[in-house]
Design a protein around this ligand. Structure first.
Ligand SMILES: *[C@@H]1O[C@H](CO)[C@@H](O)[C@H](O)[C@H]1NC(C)=O
Ligand SMILES: *[C@@H]1O[C@H](CO)[C@@H](O)[C@H](O)[C@H]1NC(C)=O
Ligand SMILES: *[C@@H]1O[C@H](CO)[C@@H](O)[C@H](O)[C@H]1NC(C)=O
Ligand SMILES: *[C@@H]1O[C@H](CO)[C@@H](O)[C@H](O)[C@H]1NC(C)=O
Ligand SMILES: *[C@@H]1O[C@H](CO)[C@@H](O)[C@H](O)[C@H]1NC(C)=O
Ligand SMILES: *[C@@H]1O[C@H](CO)[C@@H](O)[C@H](O)[C@H]1NC(C)=O
Length: 407
Protein backbone atom coordinates (compact mmCIF):
# COMPACT_ATOMS: atom_id res chain seq x y z
CA UNK A 1 0.00 0.00 0.00
CA UNK A 2 2.73 2.41 0.96
CA UNK A 3 4.50 1.53 -2.23
CA UNK A 4 1.38 2.33 -4.26
CA UNK A 5 1.04 5.70 -2.58
CA UNK A 6 4.69 6.42 -3.22
CA UNK A 7 4.33 5.51 -6.87
CA UNK A 8 1.18 7.57 -7.16
CA UNK A 9 2.76 10.65 -5.65
CA UNK A 10 5.83 10.14 -7.78
CA UNK A 11 3.69 10.03 -10.89
CA UNK A 12 1.85 13.21 -9.97
CA UNK A 13 4.97 15.15 -9.04
CA UNK A 14 6.75 14.07 -12.22
CA UNK A 15 3.74 15.18 -14.25
CA UNK A 16 3.97 18.67 -12.69
CA UNK A 17 7.70 19.06 -13.12
CA UNK A 18 8.69 20.88 -16.27
CA UNK A 19 12.28 20.16 -17.28
CA UNK A 20 14.65 22.91 -18.30
CA UNK A 21 15.64 22.49 -21.95
CA UNK A 22 17.43 25.77 -22.58
CA UNK A 23 18.67 28.78 -20.64
CA UNK A 24 19.65 32.06 -22.27
CA UNK A 25 21.73 33.93 -19.71
CA UNK A 26 25.05 35.52 -18.86
CA UNK A 27 27.84 35.44 -21.41
CA UNK A 28 25.90 32.83 -23.39
CA UNK A 29 22.69 34.84 -23.60
CA UNK A 30 23.10 35.72 -27.28
CA UNK A 31 23.95 32.17 -28.36
CA UNK A 32 21.02 30.65 -30.20
CA UNK A 33 19.40 33.77 -31.66
CA UNK A 34 19.29 35.25 -35.15
CA UNK A 35 19.56 39.02 -35.56
CA UNK A 36 17.05 40.38 -38.07
CA UNK A 37 19.47 42.51 -40.13
CA UNK A 38 16.91 44.62 -42.04
CA UNK A 39 14.69 47.61 -41.55
CA UNK A 40 11.35 46.99 -39.78
CA UNK A 41 9.34 45.86 -42.79
CA UNK A 42 6.89 44.06 -40.47
CA UNK A 43 5.30 46.83 -38.41
CA UNK A 44 6.64 49.72 -40.51
CA UNK A 45 8.59 51.11 -37.58
CA UNK A 46 11.28 53.72 -38.18
CA UNK A 47 14.17 51.46 -37.23
CA UNK A 48 16.81 49.27 -38.77
CA UNK A 49 17.09 46.04 -36.82
CA UNK A 50 20.81 45.61 -37.18
CA UNK A 51 22.94 42.53 -37.78
CA UNK A 52 24.78 40.87 -34.92
CA UNK A 53 28.10 42.44 -35.92
CA UNK A 54 26.65 45.96 -36.04
CA UNK A 55 24.83 45.32 -32.76
CA UNK A 56 28.10 44.30 -31.16
CA UNK A 57 30.16 47.15 -32.60
CA UNK A 58 27.58 49.79 -31.61
CA UNK A 59 26.93 48.28 -28.17
CA UNK A 60 23.25 47.71 -28.92
CA UNK A 61 23.29 44.07 -27.77
CA UNK A 62 25.76 42.99 -25.11
CA UNK A 63 26.17 41.40 -21.70
CA UNK A 64 26.85 43.93 -18.94
CA UNK A 65 28.99 43.67 -15.84
CA UNK A 66 26.12 42.14 -13.89
CA UNK A 67 25.86 39.35 -16.42
CA UNK A 68 22.58 40.72 -17.75
CA UNK A 69 21.74 40.96 -21.44
CA UNK A 70 21.14 44.49 -22.72
CA UNK A 71 19.19 45.04 -25.96
CA UNK A 72 18.73 48.67 -26.82
CA UNK A 73 17.79 51.40 -29.23
CA UNK A 74 20.69 53.57 -30.40
CA UNK A 75 20.74 56.71 -28.24
CA UNK A 76 24.03 58.14 -29.48
CA UNK A 77 23.19 59.04 -33.08
CA UNK A 78 21.68 62.27 -34.37
CA UNK A 79 19.25 60.89 -36.99
CA UNK A 80 18.59 63.18 -39.95
CA UNK A 81 15.08 63.58 -41.34
CA UNK A 82 14.45 60.64 -43.64
CA UNK A 83 16.76 58.33 -41.71
CA UNK A 84 16.09 55.39 -39.45
CA UNK A 85 17.39 54.71 -35.96
CA UNK A 86 19.18 51.44 -35.16
CA UNK A 87 17.58 48.92 -32.86
CA UNK A 88 17.46 45.16 -32.16
CA UNK A 89 15.23 42.28 -33.07
CA UNK A 90 16.34 38.73 -32.28
CA UNK A 91 14.55 35.43 -32.97
CA UNK A 92 15.38 32.18 -31.22
CA UNK A 93 16.89 29.50 -33.42
CA UNK A 94 15.09 26.89 -31.35
CA UNK A 95 11.38 26.35 -31.80
CA UNK A 96 9.30 25.28 -28.84
CA UNK A 97 6.50 22.77 -29.24
CA UNK A 98 3.21 22.55 -27.41
CA UNK A 99 4.11 21.46 -23.90
CA UNK A 100 6.58 24.31 -23.34
CA UNK A 101 6.90 26.93 -20.62
CA UNK A 102 9.02 30.07 -20.79
CA UNK A 103 10.21 32.26 -17.92
CA UNK A 104 11.79 35.67 -18.45
CA UNK A 105 13.35 37.68 -15.62
CA UNK A 106 13.97 41.36 -16.38
CA UNK A 107 15.18 44.44 -14.54
CA UNK A 108 14.12 46.97 -17.18
CA UNK A 109 11.62 47.18 -20.05
CA UNK A 110 12.12 49.69 -22.88
CA UNK A 111 9.76 52.67 -22.75
CA UNK A 112 9.39 56.26 -23.85
CA UNK A 113 7.53 58.15 -26.56
CA UNK A 114 7.62 56.22 -29.88
CA UNK A 115 9.11 53.13 -28.18
CA UNK A 116 7.33 49.81 -28.84
CA UNK A 117 9.05 46.76 -27.33
CA UNK A 118 7.80 43.20 -27.24
CA UNK A 119 8.68 39.73 -26.00
CA UNK A 120 6.56 37.36 -28.05
CA UNK A 121 6.39 34.13 -30.03
CA UNK A 122 5.21 33.05 -33.46
CA UNK A 123 4.95 29.98 -35.70
CA UNK A 124 6.29 29.45 -39.23
CA UNK A 125 3.20 30.64 -41.11
CA UNK A 126 1.28 33.65 -39.93
CA UNK A 127 -1.44 33.74 -38.74
CA UNK A 128 -2.17 30.02 -39.20
CA UNK A 129 0.48 29.00 -36.70
CA UNK A 130 -0.38 31.57 -34.04
CA UNK A 131 1.32 34.41 -32.18
CA UNK A 132 1.61 34.90 -28.41
CA UNK A 133 2.39 38.41 -27.12
CA UNK A 134 3.74 38.13 -23.60
CA UNK A 135 5.25 41.56 -22.92
CA UNK A 136 4.16 44.49 -25.05
CA UNK A 137 3.47 48.18 -24.66
CA UNK A 138 3.86 51.51 -26.42
CA UNK A 139 4.84 55.08 -25.64
CA UNK A 140 4.00 56.07 -22.05
CA UNK A 141 1.47 53.34 -21.33
CA UNK A 142 1.75 52.14 -17.75
CA UNK A 143 0.47 48.56 -18.04
CA UNK A 144 1.63 45.55 -19.96
CA UNK A 145 -0.69 44.12 -22.57
CA UNK A 146 -0.87 40.44 -23.55
CA UNK A 147 -2.51 39.01 -26.69
CA UNK A 148 -2.93 36.04 -28.99
CA UNK A 149 -3.23 36.33 -32.76
CA UNK A 150 -4.83 33.40 -34.62
CA UNK A 151 -7.10 32.56 -37.52
CA UNK A 152 -10.83 32.71 -36.77
CA UNK A 153 -12.42 30.36 -34.27
CA UNK A 154 -10.16 30.96 -31.28
CA UNK A 155 -11.48 33.25 -28.57
CA UNK A 156 -10.72 34.30 -25.04
CA UNK A 157 -13.58 33.26 -22.78
CA UNK A 158 -15.35 36.26 -21.30
CA UNK A 159 -15.60 34.27 -18.07
CA UNK A 160 -11.94 33.25 -17.93
CA UNK A 161 -10.52 33.22 -14.43
CA UNK A 162 -7.64 35.67 -14.70
CA UNK A 163 -6.19 38.71 -12.95
CA UNK A 164 -5.87 40.89 -16.06
CA UNK A 165 -8.68 42.76 -17.81
CA UNK A 166 -9.99 41.45 -21.13
CA UNK A 167 -10.19 44.10 -23.86
CA UNK A 168 -10.98 42.01 -26.94
CA UNK A 169 -12.11 38.38 -26.98
CA UNK A 170 -11.70 37.45 -30.67
CA UNK A 171 -8.12 36.31 -31.26
CA UNK A 172 -8.51 36.69 -35.04
CA UNK A 173 -9.47 40.38 -34.83
CA UNK A 174 -6.93 42.99 -35.88
CA UNK A 175 -6.24 43.65 -32.23
CA UNK A 176 -5.87 40.04 -31.28
CA UNK A 177 -7.50 38.92 -28.01
CA UNK A 178 -5.91 41.37 -25.62
CA UNK A 179 -5.63 41.31 -21.84
CA UNK A 180 -4.32 44.34 -19.98
CA UNK A 181 -2.29 43.71 -16.86
CA UNK A 182 -3.85 45.26 -13.75
CA UNK A 183 -0.64 45.54 -11.77
CA UNK A 184 0.61 49.13 -11.81
CA UNK A 185 4.21 48.01 -12.07
CA UNK A 186 4.04 45.86 -15.19
CA UNK A 187 5.37 48.32 -17.77
CA UNK A 188 7.20 51.56 -18.36
CA UNK A 189 8.79 53.68 -15.64
CA UNK A 190 6.71 51.90 -12.97
CA UNK A 191 8.29 48.57 -13.77
CA UNK A 192 10.46 47.58 -10.81
CA UNK A 193 11.86 44.40 -12.25
CA UNK A 194 9.96 41.15 -12.36
CA UNK A 195 9.17 37.89 -14.01
CA UNK A 196 6.73 36.60 -16.62
CA UNK A 197 5.94 32.92 -17.04
CA UNK A 198 4.03 31.53 -20.02
CA UNK A 199 2.64 28.02 -20.13
CA UNK A 200 1.90 26.77 -23.65
CA UNK A 201 0.18 23.41 -23.83
CA UNK A 202 -2.99 21.73 -24.96
CA UNK A 203 -4.90 22.89 -21.86
CA UNK A 204 -4.34 26.53 -22.79
CA UNK A 205 -1.92 29.43 -22.86
CA UNK A 206 -1.49 30.97 -19.41
CA UNK A 207 0.61 34.03 -18.60
CA UNK A 208 1.65 35.07 -15.10
CA UNK A 209 3.43 38.25 -14.04
CA UNK A 210 5.06 39.07 -10.71
CA UNK A 211 6.87 42.29 -9.86
CA UNK A 212 10.24 41.75 -8.21
CA UNK A 213 9.08 41.56 -4.60
CA UNK A 214 6.31 39.06 -5.43
CA UNK A 215 8.16 36.49 -7.51
CA UNK A 216 7.27 33.07 -6.06
CA UNK A 217 9.98 31.07 -4.34
CA UNK A 218 9.56 28.26 -6.86
CA UNK A 219 11.07 30.69 -9.37
CA UNK A 220 13.52 32.67 -7.22
CA UNK A 221 14.83 29.36 -5.91
CA UNK A 222 15.18 27.77 -9.34
CA UNK A 223 18.64 27.28 -10.78
CA UNK A 224 19.89 26.84 -14.32
CA UNK A 225 19.42 23.11 -13.98
CA UNK A 226 16.33 22.65 -11.85
CA UNK A 227 12.85 21.78 -13.04
CA UNK A 228 9.90 24.05 -12.37
CA UNK A 229 6.42 23.37 -11.03
CA UNK A 230 3.71 25.92 -11.90
CA UNK A 231 1.01 24.32 -9.76
CA UNK A 232 1.43 26.83 -6.92
CA UNK A 233 1.36 29.97 -9.06
CA UNK A 234 -2.33 30.59 -8.64
CA UNK A 235 -4.62 32.41 -11.03
CA UNK A 236 -2.85 33.51 -14.21
CA UNK A 237 -2.96 37.12 -15.39
CA UNK A 238 -4.10 36.04 -18.85
CA UNK A 239 -6.02 32.78 -19.21
CA UNK A 240 -6.43 31.58 -22.79
CA UNK A 241 -8.04 28.32 -21.83
CA UNK A 242 -8.54 25.61 -24.44
CA UNK A 243 -12.26 25.66 -23.55
CA UNK A 244 -12.71 28.42 -26.16
CA UNK A 245 -9.56 28.00 -28.25
CA UNK A 246 -8.28 24.66 -29.48
CA UNK A 247 -4.62 25.39 -28.88
CA UNK A 248 -3.43 22.33 -30.80
CA UNK A 249 -5.34 23.51 -33.87
CA UNK A 250 -4.33 27.17 -33.77
CA UNK A 251 -0.70 26.96 -32.67
CA UNK A 252 2.41 25.30 -34.09
CA UNK A 253 5.83 25.19 -32.43
CA UNK A 254 6.88 28.74 -31.61
CA UNK A 255 10.03 30.82 -31.96
CA UNK A 256 10.75 33.41 -29.27
CA UNK A 257 11.34 37.04 -30.25
CA UNK A 258 12.64 40.11 -28.45
CA UNK A 259 12.40 43.37 -30.35
CA UNK A 260 12.12 47.11 -30.01
CA UNK A 261 10.68 49.23 -32.78
CA UNK A 262 9.85 52.95 -32.95
CA UNK A 263 6.51 54.40 -34.08
CA UNK A 264 5.11 51.95 -36.67
CA UNK A 265 1.67 50.35 -36.88
CA UNK A 266 0.77 50.82 -33.22
CA UNK A 267 2.96 53.32 -31.33
CA UNK A 268 3.07 55.62 -34.37
CA UNK A 269 -0.61 55.69 -35.33
CA UNK A 270 -1.86 59.17 -34.57
CA UNK A 271 -4.75 58.15 -32.32
CA UNK A 272 -2.46 56.08 -30.09
CA UNK A 273 0.49 58.39 -30.31
CA UNK A 274 -1.55 61.44 -29.33
CA UNK A 275 -3.33 59.68 -26.46
CA UNK A 276 -0.16 58.29 -24.91
CA UNK A 277 2.45 60.90 -25.92
CA UNK A 278 0.34 63.94 -26.69
CA UNK A 279 2.78 66.63 -25.77
CA UNK A 280 6.04 65.03 -26.66
CA UNK A 281 6.91 67.22 -29.62
CA UNK A 282 5.93 70.10 -31.84
CA UNK A 283 4.57 68.21 -34.84
CA UNK A 284 2.30 65.58 -33.32
CA UNK A 285 4.00 63.13 -35.67
CA UNK A 286 5.73 60.23 -33.96
CA UNK A 287 8.63 60.00 -36.39
CA UNK A 288 9.34 63.74 -36.59
CA UNK A 289 8.87 64.37 -32.87
CA UNK A 290 10.93 61.44 -31.65
CA UNK A 291 13.08 59.48 -34.07
CA UNK A 292 14.62 62.44 -35.88
CA UNK A 293 17.26 64.30 -33.93
CA UNK A 294 19.49 63.41 -30.99
CA UNK A 295 19.11 60.00 -29.36
CA UNK A 296 19.65 61.15 -25.81
CA UNK A 297 17.91 61.64 -23.47
CA UNK A 298 14.88 60.53 -25.51
CA UNK A 299 16.01 56.91 -25.88
CA UNK A 300 17.97 56.49 -22.65
CA UNK A 301 15.24 54.18 -21.32
CA UNK A 302 14.70 52.28 -24.56
CA UNK A 303 16.44 49.07 -23.46
CA UNK A 304 15.77 45.58 -22.15
CA UNK A 305 17.83 44.44 -19.18
CA UNK A 306 17.34 40.68 -18.93
CA UNK A 307 18.66 38.38 -16.25
CA UNK A 308 17.62 35.20 -18.03
CA UNK A 309 15.13 33.45 -20.24
CA UNK A 310 14.53 29.80 -19.40
CA UNK A 311 12.60 27.35 -21.54
CA UNK A 312 11.06 24.23 -20.06
CA UNK A 313 9.37 21.25 -21.58
CA UNK A 314 6.96 18.68 -20.25
CA UNK A 315 8.13 16.05 -22.71
CA UNK A 316 11.66 15.41 -21.55
CA UNK A 317 10.43 14.25 -18.19
CA UNK A 318 12.38 11.12 -17.29
CA UNK A 319 9.99 8.24 -16.89
CA UNK A 320 9.90 6.71 -13.47
CA UNK A 321 11.25 3.30 -14.29
CA UNK A 322 10.71 0.03 -12.49
CA UNK A 323 9.01 -0.27 -9.14
CA UNK A 324 11.86 0.88 -6.97
CA UNK A 325 10.13 4.16 -6.24
CA UNK A 326 13.31 6.17 -6.44
CA UNK A 327 12.57 9.58 -7.86
CA UNK A 328 14.41 10.78 -10.95
CA UNK A 329 17.02 13.30 -9.90
CA UNK A 330 15.32 16.17 -11.63
CA UNK A 331 11.77 15.54 -10.51
CA UNK A 332 10.41 17.55 -7.64
CA UNK A 333 9.81 14.82 -5.12
CA UNK A 334 7.30 16.72 -3.08
CA UNK A 335 3.68 16.45 -2.20
CA UNK A 336 0.73 15.51 -4.29
CA UNK A 337 -0.84 18.58 -5.76
CA UNK A 338 -3.43 19.34 -8.33
CA UNK A 339 -2.78 19.60 -12.03
CA UNK A 340 -1.03 22.84 -12.99
CA UNK A 341 -3.61 23.97 -15.49
CA UNK A 342 -6.95 22.32 -15.44
CA UNK A 343 -7.84 24.63 -18.28
CA UNK A 344 -10.64 22.93 -20.13
CA UNK A 345 -13.24 22.90 -17.42
CA UNK A 346 -16.57 24.54 -16.88
CA UNK A 347 -18.27 27.18 -18.92
CA UNK A 348 -17.25 26.87 -22.52
CA UNK A 349 -19.18 29.95 -23.49
CA UNK A 350 -18.36 30.81 -27.06
CA UNK A 351 -18.10 34.49 -26.40
CA UNK A 352 -18.09 37.11 -29.08
CA UNK A 353 -16.36 40.43 -28.88
CA UNK A 354 -18.51 43.29 -27.78
CA UNK A 355 -16.00 45.88 -28.93
CA UNK A 356 -17.10 48.06 -31.78
CA UNK A 357 -13.60 49.15 -32.67
CA UNK A 358 -11.05 46.46 -33.35
CA UNK A 359 -8.91 47.67 -30.50
CA UNK A 360 -11.43 48.40 -27.77
CA UNK A 361 -10.41 50.96 -25.22
CA UNK A 362 -7.26 52.02 -23.40
CA UNK A 363 -5.03 51.82 -26.45
CA UNK A 364 -5.47 48.08 -26.41
CA UNK A 365 -4.66 47.40 -30.00
CA UNK A 366 -1.51 45.31 -30.32
CA UNK A 367 -1.41 44.68 -34.05
CA UNK A 368 0.36 41.53 -35.12
CA UNK A 369 4.09 41.74 -35.59
CA UNK A 370 4.18 39.30 -38.47
CA UNK A 371 2.98 39.67 -42.01
CA UNK A 372 0.90 37.10 -43.83
CA UNK A 373 3.24 37.11 -46.78
CA UNK A 374 4.01 33.44 -46.67
CA UNK A 375 1.03 32.20 -48.66
CA UNK A 376 -1.65 33.56 -46.34
CA UNK A 377 -4.42 31.44 -47.85
CA UNK A 378 -2.71 28.23 -46.88
CA UNK A 379 -4.30 26.73 -43.85
CA UNK A 380 -2.33 24.98 -41.19
CA UNK A 381 -4.14 21.75 -41.92
CA UNK A 382 -2.93 21.77 -45.51
CA UNK A 383 0.75 21.92 -44.59
CA UNK A 384 1.40 18.63 -42.82
CA UNK A 385 4.84 18.20 -44.29
CA UNK A 386 6.01 21.56 -43.01
CA UNK A 387 4.52 20.80 -39.62
CA UNK A 388 6.38 17.52 -39.54
CA UNK A 389 9.65 19.17 -40.46
CA UNK A 390 9.24 21.68 -37.70
CA UNK A 391 8.25 19.07 -35.19
CA UNK A 392 11.28 16.93 -35.89
CA UNK A 393 13.54 19.95 -35.67
CA UNK A 394 12.02 20.81 -32.34
CA UNK A 395 12.52 17.32 -31.16
CA UNK A 396 16.15 17.32 -32.19
CA UNK A 397 16.76 20.63 -30.52
CA UNK A 398 15.09 19.50 -27.35
CA UNK A 399 17.25 16.41 -27.24
CA UNK A 400 20.38 18.43 -27.83
CA UNK A 401 19.47 20.88 -25.15
CA UNK A 402 18.63 18.07 -22.83
CA UNK A 403 22.05 16.56 -23.30
CA UNK A 404 23.68 19.90 -22.77
CA UNK A 405 21.96 20.52 -19.52
CA UNK A 406 21.57 17.14 -17.96
CA UNK A 407 24.50 14.98 -19.07
C1 LIG B 1 11.57 41.92 -44.87
O1 LIG B 1 12.91 42.00 -45.27
C2 LIG B 1 13.60 40.76 -45.26
C3 LIG B 1 15.05 41.02 -45.54
O2 LIG B 1 15.20 41.80 -46.70
C4 LIG B 1 12.94 39.83 -46.29
O3 LIG B 1 13.58 38.59 -46.26
C5 LIG B 1 11.48 39.67 -45.95
O4 LIG B 1 10.83 38.91 -46.95
C6 LIG B 1 10.79 41.01 -45.82
N1 LIG B 1 9.45 40.82 -45.29
C7 LIG B 1 8.41 41.50 -45.75
C8 LIG B 1 7.12 41.22 -45.09
O5 LIG B 1 8.51 42.32 -46.62
C1 LIG C 1 8.52 56.32 -40.63
O1 LIG C 1 7.31 55.59 -40.39
C2 LIG C 1 6.20 56.09 -41.09
C3 LIG C 1 5.00 55.29 -40.63
O2 LIG C 1 5.23 53.90 -40.66
C4 LIG C 1 6.44 55.95 -42.57
O3 LIG C 1 5.35 56.48 -43.29
C5 LIG C 1 7.71 56.70 -42.96
O4 LIG C 1 8.01 56.47 -44.32
C6 LIG C 1 8.86 56.21 -42.10
N1 LIG C 1 10.05 57.00 -42.40
C7 LIG C 1 11.25 56.46 -42.44
C8 LIG C 1 12.37 57.36 -42.84
O5 LIG C 1 11.47 55.28 -42.18
C1 LIG D 1 2.88 17.72 -22.59
O1 LIG D 1 2.12 18.67 -23.31
C2 LIG D 1 1.52 18.12 -24.47
C3 LIG D 1 0.89 19.27 -25.23
O2 LIG D 1 0.00 19.97 -24.42
C4 LIG D 1 0.50 17.07 -24.05
O3 LIG D 1 -0.12 16.53 -25.19
C5 LIG D 1 1.22 16.00 -23.28
O4 LIG D 1 0.26 15.10 -22.78
C6 LIG D 1 2.01 16.58 -22.13
N1 LIG D 1 2.86 15.53 -21.59
C7 LIG D 1 3.01 15.33 -20.29
C8 LIG D 1 3.96 14.26 -19.89
O5 LIG D 1 2.39 16.00 -19.47
C1 LIG E 1 -8.98 29.59 -16.74
O1 LIG E 1 -10.33 29.98 -16.68
C2 LIG E 1 -11.24 28.87 -16.66
C3 LIG E 1 -12.62 29.43 -16.70
O2 LIG E 1 -12.85 29.97 -17.95
C4 LIG E 1 -10.99 28.05 -15.41
O3 LIG E 1 -11.84 26.92 -15.43
C5 LIG E 1 -9.56 27.60 -15.37
O4 LIG E 1 -9.29 26.95 -14.14
C6 LIG E 1 -8.62 28.78 -15.52
N1 LIG E 1 -7.25 28.27 -15.65
C7 LIG E 1 -6.30 28.54 -14.76
C8 LIG E 1 -4.94 28.00 -15.08
O5 LIG E 1 -6.49 29.21 -13.78
C1 LIG F 1 1.35 50.41 -7.07
O1 LIG F 1 0.19 50.53 -6.28
C2 LIG F 1 0.43 50.29 -4.90
C3 LIG F 1 -0.89 50.29 -4.18
O2 LIG F 1 -1.75 51.22 -4.73
C4 LIG F 1 1.39 51.33 -4.36
O3 LIG F 1 1.69 51.07 -3.01
C5 LIG F 1 2.70 51.26 -5.15
O4 LIG F 1 3.57 52.28 -4.76
C6 LIG F 1 2.41 51.40 -6.64
N1 LIG F 1 3.65 51.17 -7.37
C7 LIG F 1 4.05 51.97 -8.33
C8 LIG F 1 5.34 51.59 -8.95
O5 LIG F 1 3.43 52.95 -8.71
C1 LIG G 1 22.28 56.25 -23.56
O1 LIG G 1 21.49 55.64 -22.56
C2 LIG G 1 22.23 55.04 -21.53
C3 LIG G 1 21.26 54.36 -20.61
O2 LIG G 1 20.50 53.47 -21.32
C4 LIG G 1 23.04 56.09 -20.79
O3 LIG G 1 23.84 55.46 -19.80
C5 LIG G 1 23.92 56.80 -21.78
O4 LIG G 1 24.57 57.88 -21.13
C6 LIG G 1 23.13 57.34 -22.95
N1 LIG G 1 24.04 57.81 -23.99
C7 LIG G 1 24.21 59.10 -24.22
C8 LIG G 1 25.13 59.43 -25.34
O5 LIG G 1 23.63 59.94 -23.59
Amino acid sequence: MLQIILLYSLFISVANAWQLVREYSGQNFFNGWDFYGSWDNLTQGNVTWVSQSVAASQDLAYVNNNGHAILKVDNTTNVPSGGRRNSIRITSQDTYALGSLWIIDLDHIPYGCSVWPAFWTFGPNWPEDGEIDIIEGINLMSSNQMALHTTSGCTLSSTATQLGTTDVTDCSSAAGCTVTETSNSSYGSNFEGGVWATQFDSSGIFIWFWSRSNVPSSITGATSTSSIDPSSWGTPHANYSSSTCNIEQYFSPQNLVLDITLCGDWAGLSQFYSSTCGNSGPTGNCYQDCVVGPGSPRYDNAYFDISYIRAYSNSTVPTATGTSGSAPATATATTVSSSPAAGASGSASSSTSTSVTPWGTNNAFSPPKCRATQNPARSKRSTPSLARTVMSRVHGVANRAYRTWFF
